[in-house]
Design a protein around this ligand. Structure first.
Ligand SMILES: Cc1cc2nc3c(=O)[nH]c(=O)nc-3n(C[C@H](O)[C@H](O)[C@H](O)COP(=O)(O)OP(=O)(O)OC[C@H]3O[C@@H](n4cnc5c(N)ncnc54)[C@H](O)[C@@H]3O)c2cc1C
Length: 359
């Protein structure tokens, strides 16, 4: 496995959990997660049932992932790991068109037996701290929510190591087809000159995946899309944990944190490697709709990360490129949500393949 972001760690844990011997290679394993990797910058929103489509690959992956996150969390917490997951997501309608779409979606979801419900304006007004006054209504999804990415990654790594995961904190420089034997089809070269042979190779290296694959003749270009986020300390009488979950307003997410704090994010800045101050200000002002309490909040944290968006292909890239070579990358804005479904896809590819040739 190459890459120990949320996706790579999920794959490594799920394969270990199913009895596979896994080696995970990533320089970020030495110093914790690298700050530019998407996973450590993510807010961890799990937007599955509130997704506007009701069929197709995106819908299926989201539903599968949400169910897996809930069961993975139960399993890992039983083993003593901390995996904070706050249930609930309230998506606000900023205009009549969005409110109409929410009313149609709720009917659809209720027909599917899913517990979404509309929150009408009088009820919205009772929520404290107050939501943007322009909100026309909202759609509450109690089963969607938010998971803290950093503790979740730590839990996956610690538990996978307990099950025998082998880790190497080095960058992979090059991959080649080994040609040596049918059992060891792939050869990975790392920066210290190590050569690792394997029957299966899973590439989960985010934005670096295309450069690793190109020499093998697989062009899967991806573009970086920068995201900035903020941590705020709210005024003394504000506790966002009283909301029925995280709030989504015009593409901006407000995530309640303990001790009167709030995460706010994230900007969407394609083609930018430095965060723009204007985009950050727009975020802080909720696009001109920030309630007074938000304007009085103190900024106590600011970070950014890069998302990997596939060029000309839908996200995510889950592809069996050739025998023994799997790509799981390009998760763009939903890699935290989709990590378990990606891991399940990898496991299925491996389990449904020909058994290893006998030596
Ligand atoms: C600000 C922000 C907010 C976000 N919010 C959400 C959200 O609310 N919900 C959600 O679902 N998603 C969110 N995302 C998106 C999500 O973070 C990404 O989709 C996800 O983290 C992608 O994970 P990954 O493991 O594929 O990639 P990454 O996290 O980028 O990990 C790739 C790993 O590969 C390693 N690597 C790279 N090259 C090599 C090499 N040559 N050898 C070995 N290792 C290598 C890197 O060190 C890195 O650790 C957000 C992203 C950002 C930036």
């Amino acid at each position: 496995m190459i890459g120990a972001g949320m996706v790579g760690l999920s794959v490594a844990w799920w394969l270990s959990e199913h009895g596979h011997r896994v080696a995970l290679i990533d320089p970020a394993l030495a110093q914790g997660q690298s700050s530019e990797a998407g996973s450590s910058a993510a807010l961890g929103l799990l937007m599955a049932q509130i997704f506007r489509r009701s069929s197709g690959r995106g819908w299926r992956l989201r539903q599968q992932s949400l169910a897996l996150w809930h069961s993975w969390r139960e399993q890992l917490e039983r083993r003593g790991h901390s995996m904070p997951l706050r249930p609930g997501l309230l998506q606000l309608a900023a205009n009549a068109q969005e409110w109409q779409a929410q009313q149609e979606l709720v009917q659809q979801r209720q027909r599917q037996g899913l517990p979404l419900r509309l929150v009408q304006h009088p009820e919205l007004e009772t929520l404290k701290p107050a939501l943007p006054a322009a909100a026309m209504g909202g759609l509450l999804s109690p089963d969607d929510g938010q998971i803290d990415p950093i503790p979740a990654m730590k839990a996956l790594l610690t538990d996978a190591r307990r099950q025998g995961l082998d880790t190497l904190a080095e960058p992979v420089l090059r991959i080649e087809r080994s040609g040596a034997s049918k059992t060891e089809r792939w050869c990975v070269h790392t920066s210290s000159g190590q050569r690792r042979l394997s029957h299966w190779l899973v590439i989960a290296a985010g934005l670096s995946s295309p450069a690793l694959l190109a020499p093998l003749g697989h062009a899967r270009p991806q573009s970086p899309v920068l995201g900035q986020a903020l941590e705020l300390q709210l005024p003394a009488d504000c506790n966002a944990e009283l909301w029925p979950g995280s709030i989504s307003w015009g593409g901006i997410n407000l995530v309640p944190r303990p001790s009167g704090r709030l995460w706010l994010g994230a900007t969407v800045e394609p083609g930018n490697t430095k965060g723009s101050p204007e985009a950050l200000e727009e975020l802080l002002q909720l696009g001109g709709h920030a309630p007074a309490w938000l304007q009085q909040a103190d900024v106590v944290g600011h970070w950014q990360g890069l998302r990997a968006r596939p060029d000309n292909r839908p996200a995510p890239l889950l592809e069996a490129l050739e025998p023994g070579l799997l790509l799981t990358s390009g998760h763009y804005r939903n890699g935290v949500l989709l990590a378990p479904a990606s891991a399940a896809w990898v496991l299925e590819q491996i389990q449904s393949s020909e058994p290893l040739p006998r030596l």
